[in-house]
Design a protein around this ligand. Structure first.
Ligand SMILES: Cc1cc2nc3c(=O)[nH]c(=O)nc-3n(C[C@H](O)[C@H](O)[C@H](O)COP(=O)(O)O)c2cc1C
Length: 177
């Protein structure tokens, strides 16, 4: 084993290897004084149960993150399997990202009506991390939508969905004997 960092790691290799981790996809939204803002993000993850904390990582180059920061809170919308187009839309520049999207107001930010779940947060901390930031959110309210439970999945730069039957998904406490 070596403890040296391989300085030859290039961005293409990094993206390719890290792209092998399947993730869910979210859109992080906020109420800005100029109107609703949102950005697709697959860097979202849970951090702490007590207190309840989550994180996501906006690029330092993001124009949307400073607007979310200004608002002081944000709503994490977990995309459902049918949200591929919405996920693309919420990452495009120079368009109205909310065009054709049905959403309702929540205290922390706009909530997409048909998201799988909503996690409302206030901004707890912001850490520098290379060309990105690690934003820690303190969870204030959270809810799961009734009905469809199939999530949107991102893997190797492509969209997909989870093939398992929702009823057969094991909780971490269920162990094979
Ligand atoms: C599936 C997917 C995941 C993304 N995840 C992130 C992310 O975690 N962090 C990030 O800064 N941008 C992410 N983006 C890109 C942003 O959605 C957006 O394109 C970028 O922030 C530029 O827009 P902005 O300048 O308005 O922020 C992702 C885009 C897609 C399609």
């Amino acid at each position: 084993m070596t403890d040296e960092i391989d300085l030859r790691i290039d961005s293409e290799c990094f993206r390719n290897v890290l792209g092998h981790l399947p993730t869910g996809v979210t859109v992080i939204t906020a109420h800005h004084r100029d109107g609703p803002v949102g950005m697709s993000s697959n860097s979202f993850t849970s951090v702490s149960l007590d207190p309840p904390l989550i994180l996501f990582c906006p690029a330092k180059s993001s124009a949307t993150w400073p607007k979310i920061r200004e608002s002081g809170s944000f709503c994490v919308n977990i995309f459902a399997a049918h949200h591929e187009q919405a996920s693309r839309q919420f990452s495009r520049l120079g368009i109205d990202r909310f065009a054709g999207v049905s959403w309702h107001d929540r205290a922390a930010g706009p909530a997409l009506d048909d998201a799988l779940a909503w996690i409302e947060c206030t901004i707890d901390a912001e850490h520098e991390a290379g060309d990105h930031l690690i934003v820690v959110g303190a969870v204030r309210r959270l809810e799961v939508r009734e009905g469809e439970v199939e999530p949107l999945v991102f893997f190797r730069g492509q969209y997909g969905s989870f093939l398992g039957q929702a009823d057969s998904v094991r909780s971490p406490g269920d162990r094979e004997s």
